[in-house]
Design a protein around this ligand. Sequence first.
Ligand code: MN
Length: 151
Amino acid sequence: MSDEATIHRPAIGAFRWAGVEPQPYKTEGDAPFRAVERHTLFADPALPAHLRYFEIGPGGYSTLERHAHRHSVMILRGRGRCLVGETIFDVAAHDLVSTPPWAWHQFRAAPDEPLGFLCLVDAARDRPQTPSAEELAALRADPTVAAFLER
Ligand code: MN
């Protein structure tokens, strides 16, 4: 054993799965997002659901969107906040977040930590909508929501 001080850093590459390549979060449209990776963990035609792992880098955020389908999220790593409907939640590992149909939602990582979460959705689902200028103005009428969206 060495007399030198040592430190063991956590393994780089955690929250990666062999055979699962991280994909771009979104490939179509111009909805704003920052620093989001998507990992499709389960997508078997015999089971009509998809389980994905999303990781948002520090300071990043997912698209502000809504849709008819529900999704269920379990936070796996890091910290952040999310908007669901008109409510903003602080989130951390192992929190469960459900988004009801047509609720506006967005996930934002803390400035100094990533936010990683599992997301379970129907395999057959409608395409997300992003807010019109009028809808965005209506959301921003709530000062707490406006502050959340401006970060
Ligand atoms: Mn969504």
